[in-house]
Design a protein. Structure first.
Length: 289
């Protein structure tokens, strides 16, 4: 295959792919797939990754971390791309060594959620050991949603980072803000490739997509990034969560490569899988009520 033929093939696949993802409401007989990226705003590199995944890949939803260091940059990116389906990735822990963040609310208002230096705890077990007050968890989660709205983000769903917030609180906030809660709309969980070795992610993703047979709405949760010194410096606090091989940056860059690859787009076309997002699902549910 020469370069011109390959280019034409790529354009043809891209055209068919765009037609597929804009196909609209699916039926009960369809395989539908939500591809949700988490941790937008966690790093500067995450911003570039989400831009590529939304604009050149198959990402359908992106969760922004309001309490993370690059939230302002992420908010600006979302304002410039109002067509993206963006949610708030509600976060009460910061799991990276030497890379901590604080709550949106003043520390003294959520003292059960922070350590003696005002930082969020590093993992859920550490948070639970401090006996967090439900009212403070709810207040901080609400403050994160409010700040996202204040910054002009069209919040279209909410979800939970690292299991750090009680589901009953998140469900309450979903009703209050009239948005869906990701993972609580009857979705079937698609395993994804988060922990797979870097060089095996793409092949594994293609294999798992090819094996999808039963109709329904599936949720694929992704963690994307770019291969940069910033992201490669990230190390999980919990030893058992540390990534093997190239580390967080290379793993997340490999996952981004999966979402933008011709191979993955092609298998989605071949299988007739319809991509969707929470905006579409919520609109469908409202019509049924």
């Amino acid at each position: 295959m020469n370069k011109l033929t390959g280019k034409r093939l790529s354009i043809a696949v891209l055209f068919l792919f765009v037609m597929l993802i804009t196909a609209g409401t699916g039926s009960d007989k369809d395989i539908r797939l939500i591809i949700r990226g988490d941790d937008m705003g966690m790093t500067q590199g995450s911003l570039e990754a989400f831009k590529r995944a939304f604009n050149n890949g198959i990402l359908t939803c992106g969760g922004i971390q309001v309490c993370a260091p690059w939230f302002e940059g992420a908010a600006e990116l979302c304002r410039k791309n109002p067509g993206w389906c963006v949610g708030v990735h509600l976060c009460l822990v910061g799991e990276w060594r030497g890379y901590r963040w604080r709550p949106v609310l003043p520390w003294n208002e959520v003292s059960s959620l922070v350590d003696e230096n005002g930082f969020l705890f590093r993992y859920p077990e550490e948070l639970r050991a401090n006996n967090p007050k439900p009212e403070e968890m709810e207040a901080e989660a609400r403050a994160q949603i409010e700040l996202a709205l204040k910054k002009g983000i069209n919040v279209q769903y909410i979800d939970i980072h690292y299991g750090s917030i009680d589901k009953v609180i998140v469900e309450k906030l979903g009703r209050e803000y009239d948005v869906p809660v990701s993972g609580m709309m009857g979705e079937k969980l698609f395993q994804g490739v988060y922990r797979a070795p870097e060089k095996e992610k793409k092949e594994l993703a293609v294999k798992m997509l090819d094996e999808l047979e039963d109709p329904g709405v599936y949720l694929w949760v992704c963690h994307i990034g770019i291969d940069s010194p910033e992201q490669n410096a990230l190390i999980h606090t919990k030893p058992e969560s540390i990534f093997p091989g190239g580390g967080v940056g290379k793993h997340r860059a490999a996952e981004l490569d999966v979402l933008t690859s011709i191979e993955v787009k092609s298998i989605i076309l071949k299988k007739g899988i319809k991509l969707t997002n929470y905006r579409e699902l919520w609109e469908e549910q409202k019509k049924k009520e």
